[in-house]
Write a protein that binds this ligand. Structure first.
Ligand code: SF4
Length: 470
C-alpha cells in the first residue's frame, strides 16, 4: 500500500482490458488472474488506483473484503458455466459464441429485479419518461446519462446491466427538462434522488446543470435533493483534491442556501473505506457545506459479515458528522448465490452491530429488503403460540397505508429474500398480497397515462430500486 503522501491525485480506472498494467496484477496468482479474465465477460469489472493502493490489503487476497468486492471470482458462476466460458475465452476465442453464452448467463441472473422496467417508470402521453422512476409517492429517482458509470464497480451491484451495454435495461436521461416538467405537475413529490451508476462521476459543471433547475421557484415543493454515490468511499478526492472539488462544495452550499436539504447518500460497504484520512476529510468537507451525509450499504457474504466492521463504520461516520441510515439485504440479482446471506443471519449481524454502538448511531435501519412491494425490514425473530416467526414491517411501500404495519412470516433459516417467506398463522397470503389481488388497493403509481400495476411473476417479484447505493 502507498503512504498517504502518495495518494493518487488523478483518477485512473482499471478494467479487464487494462488491469494487467497495474503493478498489483503480478501479486495475483494465475488462478485468480484467470477468474478475473473469464468472469468479467459476464459481470462488469472496473476499479481505480485509489482502491487498489489504499483499500485492498494485498497480503490477504483473495479473502480481503475489498478485493472480494472489486474483482470477479470463479465461484460467482456455476462450475459448468465457468468451464464453458473459460474454454471459449481462453482457447476457442470465438467472439460470437462468447457473446451468446454471456447473454444467456446474464439473462438468468434477473438483470432487472422486478418492477423497475414495468412498474416504476412514469409515462406521460403514453410514452415512458426515460431516466425517471417513481415508485414511492414522495420520491422520484432520476438517472442522468452522464452519471451511469461508477468510480469502480462493485461485484455484487444490482445495477450491473447498465455497465455491460444492455441498452434496453438502461435508465438514463440526457437532460432534466422532462424531470422538471414532471415534478412541476406532482406537488406531492418532496424528494428527488439523483442516482446512477454514480452521479458524482460527473464534473461539477455537468452536475450543476442537473441540480440548479431543481431550485426553481415552481419546484418549491421539492424539499430534499438526494445524490446516491459511492465516491465517498472509492474516490474521496472528489471532495478534497479534484480540480473542481471546491466548486462542488460551493454547489452544495448553493443548494442549502436555497432552503433545500441536500442529502449525500453515501454507499459504504466496510469500515476500511472510512479509515483513510482523505475519506474522513471528504466527510467533514461535505457536512461542512450544510449538506447531510447518510451512510448505507448492503450486507454481503464474504465482504461485511463481521458486525464489528459495521459498528466501526457507523461510529466513525457519526464522529465525523455522518448519519447511519440503512443496512440492506443483498438483492436477488447477479451472482446472488455467492453474496447472499440467510435473513435470519442478516438479522443476527444487524442486531449484534447495533448493540455495539451508542444511540447516535442507532439511526440505522435494517436489515431491509428493497423488494417489489416496498422496503421490508426484519424486526426480529419471535415465538407466538408456539410458532417461530419473523416479525417484519414496511419502512416504505407502494401503498403508503402498508408502512409500519407489523406482519409475520414463518421462520425459515434458509430464506434469503421476501419471496422465500410464507405467511404465518396458516394464512395463504400476506396482507399486502391480498390487497394487491383485491384490485382496490391504494397503490401509488406514477401519474399521467401509466402502465397499470399488475402482479409480477412470483420468481421476479422480489426486488427493486435502491440503495443505493449509488
Ligand atoms: S452503483 Fe453503487 S453498488 Fe453499483 S457499482 Fe456503482 S458504486 Fe457499486
Amino acid at each position: 500500500m502507498t503512504t498517504p503522501d502518495a495518494l493518487p491525485a488523478k483518477f485512473k480506472p482499471y478494467t479487464r482490458q487494462s488491469i494487467a498494467t497495474a503493478r498489483q496484477w503480478q501479486w495475483m496468482s494465475p488462478d485468480l488472474q484467470e477468474a478475473v479474465q473469464v468472469v468479467s465477460h459476464v459481470l462488469p469489472f472496473r476499479t481505480n488506483e485509489y482502491v487498489m493502493e489504499q483499500l485492498i490489503d494485498w497480503n490477504r487476497i483473495p479473502d480481503d473484503p475489498i478485493y472480494r468486492l472489486t474483482f470477479p471470482h470463479r465461484d460467482m458462476l456455476p462450475a459448468k458455466e465457468y468451464e464453458q466460458l473459460r474454454d471459449l475465452v481462453l482457447y476457442k476465442k470465438d467472439d460470437a459464441a462468447i457473446a451468446k453464452l454471456v447473454h444467456d448467463i446474464r439473462m438468468r441472473m434477473n438483470p432487472h429485479p422486478a418492477g423497475q422496467m414495468t412498474h416504476n417508470v412514469p409515462r406521460v402521453n403514453d410514452a415512458p419518461l426515460k431516466g425517471l422512476q417513481h415508485k414511492y409517492k414522495e420520491t422520484v429517482l432520476f438517472f442522468p446519462s452522464a452519471g451511469q458509470t461508477c468510480h469502480a464497480y462493485c461485484t455484487f451491484c444490482f445495477r450491473w446491466p447498465q455497465f455491460v451495454g444492455m441498452d434496453d435495461m438502461k435508465f438514463d436521461a440526457r437532460e432534466c427538462t422532462e424531470l422538471v416538467a414532471y415534478l412541476a405537475t406532482h406537488p406531492d413529490v418532496t424528494d428527488v434522488l439523483i442516482t446512477g451508476g454514480d452521479p458524482m462521476i460527473m464534473n461539477t459543471r455537468s452536475l450543476t446543470e442537473f441540480i440548479e433547475p431543481l431550485l426553481a421557484p415552481e419546484l418549491a415543493h421539492i424539499q430534499n435533493i438526494r445524490i446516491g454515490t459511492k465516491s465517498v468511499a472509492y474516490w474521496p478526492q472528489r471532495y478534497v483534491s479534484d480540480k473542481d472539488s471546491d466548486d462542488l462544495l460551493r454547489l452544495f452550499e448553493k443548494v442549502v442556501r436555497a432552503g433545500k436539504n441536500l442529502a449525500i447518500m453515501g454507499h459504504y460497504n466496510h469500515a476500511v473505506e472510512l479509515r483513510s484520512s482523505i475519506a474522513q476529510q471528504a466527510v467533514k468537507r461535505i457536512v461542512g457545506t450544510g449538506a447531510t451525509l447518510r451512510m448505507q450499504g448492503p450486507l454481503i457474504r464474504h465482504i461485511n459479515e463481521d458486525p464489528h466492521s459495521w459498528a466501526e463504520l457507523w461510529t466513525t461516520g457519526v464522529r465525523l458528522g455522518a448519519i447511519p441510515y440503512y443496512m440492506f439485504v443483498e438483492r436477488d440479482t447477479g451472482p446472488r448465490e455467492y453474496f447472499s446471506l440467510p435473513l435470519a443471519r442478516a438479522h443476527e449481524i444487524f442486531q449484534s452491530a447495533y448493540s455495539m454502538v451508542s444511540g447516535l448511531s442507532r439511526t440505522v435501519r435494517g436489515p431491509s429488503m428493497s423488494a417489489f412491494p416496498g422496503k421490508v425490514v426484519i424486526d426480529g425473530v419471535v415465538t407466538i403460540n408456539g410458532e417461530k416467526l419473523f416479525a417484519l414491517q414496511f419502512l416504505q411501500a407502494r401503498n403508503p397505508a402498508w408502512v409500519r404495519r407489523p406482519f409475520f412470516a414463518k421462520y425459515d433459516p434458509d430464506a434469503t429474500w421476501l419471496d422465500h417467506l410464507k405467511p404465518a398463522f396458516g394464512r395463504k397470503k400476506f396482507f399486502f398480497e391480498a390487497d394487491a389481488d383485491s384490485g382496490d388497493a391504494d397503490f401509488h403509481v406514477p401519474a399521467g397515462r401509466v402502465t397499470p400495476i399488475v402482479q409480477a411473476p412470483r420468481d421476479r417479484r422480489a426486488s427493486d430500486s435502491q440503495p443505493d447505493a449509488a
